[in-house]
Design a protein around this ligand. Structure first.
Ligand SMILES: Nc1ncnc2c1ncn2[C@@H]1O[C@H](COP(=O)(O)OP(=O)(O)O)[C@@H](O)[C@H]1O
Ligand SMILES: Nc1ccn([C@@H]2O[C@H](COP(=O)(O)OP(=O)(O)O)[C@@H](O)[C@H]2O)c(=O)n1
Ligand SMILES: [Mg+2]
Length: 219
């Protein structure tokens, strides 16, 4: 079914990707951003876990890949993200834990195609990440020492190159994720305040805003 035109053509849609190692505080910071700035939080991991819980068509396959710390095929995640975006009715989105590799990035570009305004990169040393994950206590199947090691490897090998890609485009805003959650949010708040101030100064009415490219029809 074609999704073209699903977002009104003149309506500005703001997308921010939130990237960081496992346990870096993506979910924690996204909750704070939602409260302060009215974004809708879309966590790729949460959307996948919902698929596993509702025992959907790909549920078993997703469960196995997540347990192995491997990445789920991009078409599945992009479809989940698009559906959630359309259902939300909002025009500001935090996309948490995505894109995690080049395939994610390309699939997003060809299917959704709304260029991120910026990429929030939460940087944190590995020892701290491991410590946090092992204390997270959310009953997650993949929060164990073996899977954590694999997830770090995927982050290093596949996700960091995507951060570098966006850095070359001048879109990355790095924050020091090793600080306390509130201290990290002070930095995050400054970044989002600047983003929204710049957008407001560029014109508030739809006709003066840049149109988003049409969505592709693969879904
Ligand atoms: N800045 C921080 N300092 C200490 N602990 C944190 C910080 N940010 C998040 N946490 C905790 O670390 C764990 C991982 O955070 P989470 O937001 O789930 O990270 P991610 O979504 O990146 O995996 C959670 O238990 C969370 O409460
Ligand atoms: N873009 C994504 C995001 C998550 N995932 C899967 O979901 C798992 C958990 O992702 P998550 O974002 O919830 O994990 P954290 O970084 O928040 O700890 C990953 O290890 C992958 O198996 C994926 O395949 N592709
Ligand atoms: Mg998370």
């Amino acid at each position: 079914m074609s999704q073209a035109g699903a977002f009104p053509p003149g309506k500005k849609i703001t997308v921010v990707f939130v990237i960081g190692g496992p346990g870096s505080g993506k979910g924690t910071q996204c909750s704070k951003i939602v409260r302060h700035f009215g974004f809708t939080h879309l966590s790729a991991g949460d959307l996948l876990r919902q698929q596993v819980q509702s025992d959907t068509e790909h549920g078993a396959m997703i469960k196995n890949l997540m347990h192995e710390g491997k990445l789920v095929p991009s078409d599945i995640i992009v479809r989940l993200l698009l559906t959630a975006m359309l259902q939300s009715g909002n025009d500001r989105f935090l996309v948490d834990g995505f894109p995690r590799n080049e395939e994610n990035r390309r699939a997003y570009e060809s299917v959704i195609g709304i260029e991120p305004e910026l990429v929030l990169f939460i940087d944190c040393p590995r020892e701290e990440l491991e410590r946090r994950i092992l204390h997270r206590d959310q009953g997650r199947d993949d929060d164990n020492v073996d899977t954590i090691r694999k997830r770090f490897q995927v982050f290093h090998d596949s996700t960091l190159p995507v951060v570098l890609y966006y850095d070359r485009m001048g879109k990355v805003r790095r924050v020091d994720g090793a600080k306390s959650a509130d201290a990290v949010f002070d930095d995050v708040k400054a970044i989002f305040t600047q983003l929204l101030t710049t957008q407001a100064s560029q014109g508030g009415n739809a006709s003066s805003r840049r149109s988003n490219p049409p969505l592709c029809s693969v879904l």
